[in-house]
Design a protein around this ligand. Structure first.
Ligand SMILES: C[S@@+](CC[C@H](N)C(=O)[O-])C[C@H]1O[C@@H](n2cnc3c(N)ncnc32)[C@H](O)[C@@H]1O
Length: 191
């Protein structure tokens, strides 16, 4: 572990205080287990926020390209990655993931950006996945909200997430398991 536990703790506190959505503890532990289990070296992350998940993943000696479209978040991430002394491991791209061109391939693609766009991210970035690689998506339980007790906008979002889960289940190219871990995490592998 390169980054001090205290630094990681402070990042998490910053996220909580400033309403920055980051992966929860259980989800993070699972993600880090996957990195070890699949011997992951190269990661593409869609949705950097303040760099919390990227910094944690980079501590397992991985190389990461992470994409963030929000300028404030992008700058916070750059600052935090520098402070964590992980600039050699993590490259942050300031871009909309649906518009950016990435030519590398990765062992793990972690999708953690706008939930309504998950299927588009999946279909775009599957071409960047190594043959034995995995695509991991977070927040598929979306805080276990009850569809009958939310605003119209959130209801639409929950429907989109359900549609994405159906897309994964029916997908002929990828086998997917959705784990009831963290906020609901899918792991997809090529058949
Ligand atoms: C849930 S947060 C990411 C949390 C981060 N992975 C972590 O766990 O520390 C989602 C981030 O994705 C960004 N985002 C949403 N849609 C995006 C897109 N199309 N391209 C790039 N970034 C996007 C948002 O600005 C937000 O900062």
């Amino acid at each position: 572990m390169k980054t001090k536990k205290n630094f990681i703790y402070n990042l998490k506190e910053f996220a909580i205080k400033n309403d920055v959505p980051i992966i929860n503890d259980e989800g993070l532990a699972f993600l880090l287990e996957l990195i070890t289990k699949y011997n992951v070296k190269h990661i593409l992350e869609i949705g950097t926020a303040i760099g919390y998940s990227a910094i944690n993943m980079a501590n397992l000696d991985t190389k990461i390209i992470t994409v963030e479209r929000d300028y404030f978040m992008y700058n916070e991430a750059l600052k935090n990655i520098k402070e964590a002394d992980l600039e050699e491991n993590i490259q942050v791209l300031y871009a909309d993931a649906l518009e950016v061109e990435i030519n590398h391939t990765f062992d793990l693609i972690f999708i953690d950006a706008a939930k309504a766009q998950y299927q588009k991210f999946f279909e775009k970035f599957k071409f960047n996945l190594n043959p034995q690689g995995i695509i991991v998506c977070d927040n598929l339980n979306f805080h276990n909200l009850d569809i009958n007790e939310v605003s119209r906008g959130t209801r639409q979002l929950l429907k989109k997430i359900q549609k994405f889960k159906d897309f994964l289940k029916e997908n002929e190219e990828f086998d997917t398991i959705i784990y009831d871990i963290g906020d609901g995490i899918s792991v997809s592998k090529r058949r």
